[in-house]
Design a protein around this ligand. Structure first.
Ligand code: APR
Length: 251
């Protein structure tokens, strides 16, 4: 790992006053959750996954949608935070991170102890009724699966769906909430584990005065970044945070 680049990021973090993190699926791969576009292992290398991950596919055949995604989401909900999530939670505790904007629905930033998290593609905390809009426990999906009675239904009879943003659907409310903060100023944005291929989230980098990109593969924004660190987030972030801690809390 490039020690000079790590030191540079520590320097940027110690000077910045409005730092945010933008995370993608790459921050959760070390928790055993596949990302979407890594060659060969990404979820979208499975054509069925791509065809089912739309609002239209859900409406057309919700049972089939659940049969494909529920096993995957069960793994997400069982997964544990990895050193990358824990390092970002510590960065917030050190007072150097205002919040995390995440594209991930796995809830691992919260599990790691991060308090300010904007889940711009939704979450798996609970289901919501497509008819009466009332929330319902995610466990109803597991029960419907066990009974072979998918899709799960609300007491009003409506089909229950996860509160995740599928292709072709509007962004989650958190996306509009975080824009208010970014418009007030973002002097440093840490982009971690994202291919920055999907808009409108990829466009958030335009709000940042300085960019740090931590990613295993190149991204379309690398040449605009102040620092690019190529490698595993679970290895790089703890190095950055321990360097910052030593600087902020010497002795
Ligand atoms: N450390 C650092 N980077 C990693 C790691 C890791 N351990 N593992 C994977 N990566 C990198 C990959 O190199 C890849 O560039 O993370 C990036 C993940 O990119 P994607 O799979 O495209 O995931 P993401 O950017 O979150 O996708 C955005 O696309 O399909 C939609 O809704 C889906 O939220 C998702 C959005």
């Amino acid at each position: 790992m490039d020690g000079k680049a790590v030191d540079r990021v520590v320097e940027l973090l110690s000077r910045a006053s409005q730092t945010y993190a933008l995370t993608g699926a790459g921050v959760s791969t070390e928790s055993g959750i596949p990302d979407f576009r890594s060659p060969g292992t990404g979820l979208w290398s499975n054509p069925e996954a791509c065809s089912l991950a739309t609002g239209e596919a859900f409406r057309r055949d919700p049972a089939r949608f659940y049969r494909f995604f529920l096993p995957l989401w069960r793994d997400y909900r069982r997964a544990q935070p990895n050193p990358a999530h824990l390092a970002l939670a510590e960065l917030e505790k050190l007072g150097r991170l205002r919040g995390i904007i995440t594209q991930n629905i796995d809830g691992l930033h919260r599990k790691a102890g991060s308090r300010v998290v904007w889940e711009v593609h939704g979450h798996l905390e609970h289901l919501i009724c497509t008819r009466c809009q009332r929330p319902a426990p995610f466990a109803l999906a597991d029960e419907a699966w066990e009974k072979g009675d998918l899709p799960p239904r609300c007491s009003c009879g409506g089909v229950l769906r996860p509160q995740v943003v599928l292709f072709g659907e509007p962004m989650a409310a958190d996306f509009h909430r975080v824009l208010v903060f970014l418009r007030q100023g973002c002097d440093l944005l840490l982009v971690i584990g994202s291919s920055l291929m999907v808009y409108p989230v990829a466009g958030l980098v335009d709000y940042a005065r300085q960019l740090v990109i931590i990613n295993q593969d190149p991204t379309p924004v690398d040449e605009r970044a102040t620092v690019v660190l190529r490698g595993r987030a679970g290895e790089i972030l703890p190095r950055i945070v321990s360097g910052l801690r030593a600087r902020l809390l010497p002795g």
